[in-house]
Design a protein around this ligand. Structure first.
Ligand code: ARG
Length: 411
């Protein structure tokens, strides 16, 4: 008998991907290798998920604890870039897909698979992120999406699971589509599709209601070259720092986001996010950059940051341009070291103090006390030359009767 083709499936342990194992087998005749990656989404034990994949008919099941890798190699670059898509969304799902894709490609090489599979629909960004990531790492591999390409709808999945007695819950009816990891949580669909409907309490799980917060919580975050290294003076791994801030900022209801977002596939969609740790860290990191980046570098970096977030959102994690921007961003972080103190309270992370040995803030220049070192007499000549082009243009306007109209008629 000829050797069967092998397909690597991005496996979550949930209904759709559990059914997909058998479904792909039936539809394509290939063997399925299930790969589950822990990016800090919580929930079931990886070993339980691995066993379920095997019970559902996978020939191999591979699970990876990628939480530190995700924190260090995906969340940290996002933090250095202050990564917010549309100035609001901290790229939660967009960051995890390239990492999951990497583990899938590794498994494909290890187990001799030629095709990749994922459980995404044909309407979202995640299908694009998976597939562009696969091609960017392994241009020889092909890809199928059972939900999109093999008509594996929800009803079909429930029937299939019941008929084959798969060890998976088919009755739980979650109205939302949820994706979560240590950087945050995304909630969409259901009644949220009506833009006028406010999110209800059950939408949230990483954050408590900010309307009734506990007492204010003061936290100091220490950065070393853009990387968070300690909380309140305790040295921790990046993963531990994100986890601790998820708890503490989450308890204060920080990092809830309700937005209408422009998807890569052209749809505008309503999204709710909660990212307490990420939003707190980004606020702290931005403030430390305000203190340590030279003005022109800071201004330019804002544009690079915006573009970086768009590229990552748009499935370009492994792209040449994103790599080049990473090099620029990395270079800017050389002096982004020091402490940021914040008060976490009632939905807000407010900076109350900054301390840095690599600061560009010069007290003696900035102070309004006597004895400052800023020579104000130089400002006069500076403004004369700085304002010269404005002066020339205004004089011309006056000559041609186009001067500013002060509404007092001809005097
Ligand atoms: N809209 C967000 C993004 O594109 C979140 C996607 C969440 N994924 C999901 N399968 N629910 O990054």
């Amino acid at each position: 008998m000829a050797k069967k083709d092998r397909i690597v499936l991005a496996y979550s342990g949930g209904l759709d991907t559990s059914v997909a194992i058998g479904w792909i087998g039936e539809q394509t005749g290939a063997e399925v290798i299930a790969v589950a990656v822990d990016v800090g989404q919580g929930g079931e034990d990886l070993e339980v998920i691995r066993q379920r994949a095997l019970d559902c008919g996978a020939v191999e099941a591979y699970v990876a604890d990628a939480r530190d890798e995700f924190a260090n190699e995906y969340c940290v670059p996002a933090l250095k870039a202050n990564g917010l898509y549309q100035n609001a969304y901290p790229l939660v799902s967009a960051l995890s897909r390239p990492l999951i894709a990497k583990h899938l490609v590794r498994a494909a090489r290890q187990f001799g698979a030629t095709t990749m599979a994922h459980g995404c629909t044909g309407k979202g960004n995640d299908q694009v992120r998976f597939e562009v990531s696969f091609t960017s790492m392994a241009p020889d591999l092909t890809c199928i999406a059972p939900v999109r390409d093999l008509a594996l709808t929800r009803d079909v999945a429930i029937d299939y699971a019941n008929k084959h007695k798969l060890p998976i819950e088919t009755t739980k009816n979650n109205p939302f589509s949820i994706d979560q990891n240590v950087w945050g949580r995304a909630i969409e669909t259901g009644f949220l599709e009506d833009l006028w409907n406010a999110p209800t309490k059950d939408v949230y799980s990483y954050t408590d209601d900010p309307t009734y917060p506990p007492l204010p919580d003061e936290v100091t975050i220490t950065f070393d070259q853009g990387v968070p290294v300690a909380v309140d003076g305790r040295k921790l791994s990046v993963l531990e720092i994100i986890q601790e801030l998820n708890q503490r900022a989450g308890a204060q209801g920080i990092g809830r986001i309700d937005m209408v977002e422009d998807r890569l596939v052209g749809i505008k969609s309503r999204e709710i996010y909660e990212a307490p740790g990420a939003m707190t860290l980004i606020a702290a990191h931005k403030e430390l950059e305000n203190v340590t980046l030279e003005r022109e570098q800071a201004r330019f970096k804002h544009r690079v940051d915006t573009r970086w977030a768009e590229l990552v959102y748009d499935a370009q994690w492994f792209s040449p341009l994103k790599n080049s921007l990473d090099a620029f961003i990395e270079d800017t972080q050389r002096y982004v070291s020091g402490d940021i103190r914040m008060t976490l309270h009632g939905g807000r992370a407010t900076v109350t103090g900054r301390k840095s040995d690599t600061s560009l803030y010069d007290f003696n220049l900035a102070t309004y006390e006597t004895g400052d070192t800023f020579d104000q007499s130089h400002s006069r000549g500076f403004i004369e030359i700085y304002g010269l082009t404005a002066k020339l243009a205004a004089a011309r306007d006056v000559r041609f009767g186009n001067g500013v109209d002060f509404g007092v008629g001809d005097l």
